[in-house]
Write a protein that binds this ligand. Structure first.
Ligand SMILES: *Cc1c(COP(=O)(O)O)cnc(C)c1O
Length: 385
């Protein structure tokens, strides 16, 4: 087995030396004044990253803890909820919503497509009983995005609350929480920020807090409780449970790096890497998975595979033979993903992904033009200013 040289997976991804060093900071008591100051500062920095003045709740655990906590907090039995499904995470949200007692409405499209804002508008107008919309801003397993700049305002103007999974969205695509009127947004650190997989960043609007406070079923005295974080920590200054001290150091470091770079510059870096990777894929003679370039993510490029090649076997082969870790389809389809998120959305990383993918396909008996793929990727880098 080759040693692991390049992690080009779709999260967790590579962390910078600065983030790794921060993760190694001394572990302190969580009520140490230095840690309290770090925690509060980091909340503020995360708000800047999300472009919001809403409350920020930093939950300890993978982003899923934030998503489940938010969904449980918002959903009352019998509440009508519209869930947009264009991939695996959207589909999974629907199962939760049903489980929590919602009356589930869904607009579902094939996993290489995106739900159109027009269809959301029409559906909400035809169903004024809907109180909450759930959507995935960046469907990482399929490498597609939703147009939040339009879906947000459509919901806000109709008084419909929004719960947005932007785990791989923040930092890798335009994401304007307040301008787009988004109520509850959940992100993780291990995607475009290149941080540790262990914290969930959740933003909560006043309208969302009002709905949660009125919801008798919202978790209280629970690891999943947003209300505990609000009442105990945001208001009372007491943690509901001990935060992951090391992860918080790592989170501050990766958020600092992105704010210093500038969020718009970071997004542009992800966009450029996506263009390089897409050109490389097409140069190989392959197709990207998303049906249209306009809905393709900036943080990951998913590549459609022929039936003769299995995505899991291909991922395993590339890792074992060439020491490059890619991501598989994760339920979205027979596809392989080259991620360019966090530190790997830079320079020649995408070219490494194209070269390793191309040679692996040839090794496994599927002819592709490796030279043309690599050259197309390099030519795209060369043409970028
Ligand atoms: C990574 C990710 C999550 C978190 O899920 P895990 O399965 O724990 O990685 C949630 N939603 C999206 C869109 C993600 O990309």
């Amino acid at each position: 087995m080759a040693q692991l040289d390049f992690t080009l997976s779709a999260g967790p991804t590579v962390a910078s030396a600065r983030t790794l060093a921060a993760l190694g900071a001394p572990i302190t008591y969580h009520y140490d004044p230095d840690f309290l100051a770090l925690f509060r500062r980091t909340q503020q920095k995360v708000a800047t990253l999300f472009e919001t003045t809403n409350d920020v709740v930093l939950m300890q655990g993978e982003a899923i803890v934030g998503l489940e906590g938010a969904a449980r907090s918002l959903v009352r039995p019998g509440m009508h909820v519209l869930n947009l499904v264009q991939g695996v995470f959207g589909k999974g949200m629907g199962y939760w919503l049903t489980d929590f007692g919602a009356v589930l409405h869904e607009i579902e499209v094939p996993y290489d497509e995106a739900v159109s804002p027009e269809s959301v508008e029409q559906y909400l107008d035809a169903h004024p009983e809907i109180e909450l919309l759930t959507v995935v801003a960046s469907e990482t397993p399929s490498g597609t995005v939703s147009d939040m700049s339009r879906i947000g305002p459509i919901c806000r103007s109709r008084g419909v609350l929004t719960l947005v999974d932007t785990v791989s969205g923040v930092g890798g695509m335009e994401f304007r929480t307040d301008e787009w009127g988004l109520d509850v947004c959940v992100a993780g650190a291990q995607k475009c920020l290149g941080g540790p997989p262990g914290v969930a960043m959740v933003t909560v609007s006043q309208a969302a807090w009002d709905a949660i406070e009125k919801n008798e079923r919202a978790p209280r005295a629970s690891y999943l409780s947003l209300l505990d974080w609000k009442e105990k920590w945001l208001i009372g200054g007491v943690f509901p449970y001990t935060p992951s001290v090391s992860d918080m150091h790592g989170l501050e470091a990766c958020v600092d790096a992105m704010l210093e770079e500038g969020v718009d510059a970071a997004i542009e870096r992800h966009r450029k890497s996506a263009l390089v990777t897409r050109a490389g894929v097409r140069g190989l003679g392959m197709e990207i998975w998303p049906a249209r370039d306009e809905i393709a993510a900036y943080c990951v490029t998913s590549v459609r595979l022929p039936d003769s090649i299995d995505h899991l076997e291909l991922r395993k082969y590339v890792r074992e033979r060439y020491g490059v870790m890619l991501s598989s389809g994760q339920g979205a389809g027979n596809l392989i993903r080259i991620a360019h998120m966090g530190p790997t959305a830079s320079g020649l990383y995408p070219v490494v992904g194209i070269a390793a993918l191309g040679r692996a396909l040839v090794d496994l008996g599927h002819p592709v033009d490796i030279g043309a793929g690599v050259e197309a990727a390099l030519a795209t880098i060369s043409s970028q200013s």
